[in-house]
Structure formats: C-alpha cells, structure tokens
Design a binder for this molecule. Sequence first.
Ligand SMILES: [Zn+2]
Ligand SMILES: [Zn+2]
Length: 75
Amino acid sequence: MRKQKVKCPNCNGTGKVTCNKCAGTGCRMYYKNPLPHVFAFVTYSFPEAMGCYSCNATGKIVCKTCKGSGEINKK
Ligand SMILES: [Zn+2]
Ligand SMILES: [Zn+2]
C-alpha cells in the first residue's frame, strides 16, 4: 500500500511557517530593567533587540501540521 502524500496546506510545502512571535524577523524587543525597585522614575528600562526564543532567531518555526516535512498523509 502506497501512502499518498499531499502538500501541507499550513506551510505550503515548505515545512516551515513564519514565527508569529516575532513576525518572521527573528528578533524581538525585550524590555530590560536592571533596577526595577530603584530609580523607577529614571528610564532604566529600554528595549533591546534580542534573538527570538520561539524560533531561535531564524524567523521561521517548524510547521506543526507536517512536522517540517512539507507534506502530510492524505486521509
Ligand atoms: Zn520568532
Ligand atoms: Zn506544514
């Protein structure tokens, strides 16, 4: 029996989808405040661009529907 495979509709056959946490940019702005209890009125907190942890800063995550293969078994 041959298994029929079809292109994954979720990722369009690429096996990867755009990371929705960083919108595919691979980096996110994190607010850093090293002294939250002191000088709260001073702008110690500033956004810092860091690699997105969800996609490992690649901007893409493995498609959950096909687990990265790009195709799914036809049912
Ligand atoms: Zn991301
Ligand atoms: Zn997929």
